[in-house]
Design a protein around this ligand. Structure first.
Ligand code: ADP
Ligand code: MG
Length: 327
């Protein structure tokens, strides 16, 4: 069991950033509207996440750390319509097998919270009552303390934190309605209020991507035959130092997809031939029945039922929007 879990852990847990991704996705799945993250030493020493989501029932607490324990699939057909971000039930089991993990949770109508701790697999698993507001806290300490071979592959504190930060930015861009606080070594790094109107959405984009990007980008929102594309497309002046600023979301999930990348690059180049690396934060929304974003759990691929139609829509929408503002 130990070995099986550590092998499974290798698939989802590569570094602190992969832990953060899984924990954030769980909080979002739990309907959290407020998430706080504390990171110490790039996440190698400590990752702590607190949310105000639905919480976990006392009797399910230990189960949440067990392999293949997911509360998110009830029938097989659910697999075809997975709306939640996680559905494999592996993350917490894997993370707890390679760290010192404490899970504290309380459902809104429960009269108290419960806590379970795990150190590696099966070592020192305990449950105890605890004080905690409705929601869930997960503390992950000393990542890979029992897997020296993996620990050796971790990079500097700064590099690991950069990866953590990137994961958080990606998620913060996809969930404007969720407030998010991030601290690193006790210092506030990001403090995002919930953003439910145009102005506050633009403010969040500017906190994450920089004011220069928002000020010099084209804001668009186009809907046609069931497809909607909205967001910000950087014009050349904004793109200069922002070649890594490329975020594309399909139904709220970030993807890196060749078809999408091609449509964007082609449209931009056809209007602005010198803009080779456009910066963008774009959101595509379409019927979840005609897209599969779960092709592989850790990759960012996506499969559209009618990829030609999606490509044409992206290309023509961006081409037209850019042509309209071309100087
Ligand atoms: P998955 O997300 O694939 O179901 P995980 O191992 O990530 O599997 O989580 C296991 C289970 O623990 C989830 O299905 C969920 O029921 C519960 N859980 C984990 N994190 C939270 C959270 N922040 N709030 C509420 N429930 C949670
Ligand atoms: Mg999960």
């Amino acid at each position: 069991l130990l070995l099986a879990n550590q092998i499974a852990a290798g698939e989802v847990v590569e570094r602190p950033a992969s832990v953060v991704k899984e924990l954030l996705e769980n909080s979002l799945d739990a309907g959290a509207t407020r998430i706080e993250l504390d990171v110490e030493q790039g996440g190698i020493k400590l990752l702590r996440i607190r949310d105000n989501g639905c919480g976990i029932a006392a009797e399910d607490l230990s189960l949440a750390l067990a392999p293949h324990a997911t509360s998110k699939i009830r029938v097989l057909e659910d697999l075809e319509h997975v709306a939640s971000l996680g559905f494999r039930g592996e993350a917490l089991a894997s993370i707890s097998s390679v760290s010192r993990l404490t899970l504290t949770s309380r459902q809104v109508d429960a009269h108290q919270a419960w806590q379970v701790t795990a150190e590696g697999v099966g070592i020192n698993r305990q449950e105890a009552p605890a004080a905690h507001p409705p929601g869930t806290s997960i503390e992950v300490r000393d990542l890979f303390f029992n897997v020296p071979a993996r620990r050796k592959f971790l990079r500097t504190e700064k590099t690991e934190f950069d990866h953590v930060f990137e994961v958080i930015k990606r998620l913060a861009l996809s969930r404007f309605e969720v407030a998010l606080q991030l601290r690193h070594n006790g210092k506030s790094v990001l403090s995002l209020q919930e953003a439910c109107d145009e102005a506050s959405r633009a403010r969040r984009i500017s906190q994450i991507c920089g004011a220069a990007f928002v000020e010099s980008s084209l804001k668009l929102d186009v809907e046609r035959s069931g497809l909607r594309l909205w967001g910000w497309l950087g014009l050349p002046s904004a793109a200069r130092s922002q070649t890594d600023l490329q975020y594309f979301y399909v139904n709220g999930r970030m993807v890196k997809d060749r078809l999408v990348a091609h449509a964007i690059r082609q449209a931009v180049q056809d209007v602005l031939p010198h803009n080779k690396h456009p910066a963008f934060v774009l959101f595509l929304e379409l019927d979840p029945g005609i897209v599969d974003v779960n092709v592989h759990p850790t990759k960012h691929e996506v499969r559209f039922r009618d990829s030609r139609a999606v490509h044409d829509f992206l290309y023509s929408t961006l081409y037209q929007s850019l042509a309209d503002v071309r100087p």
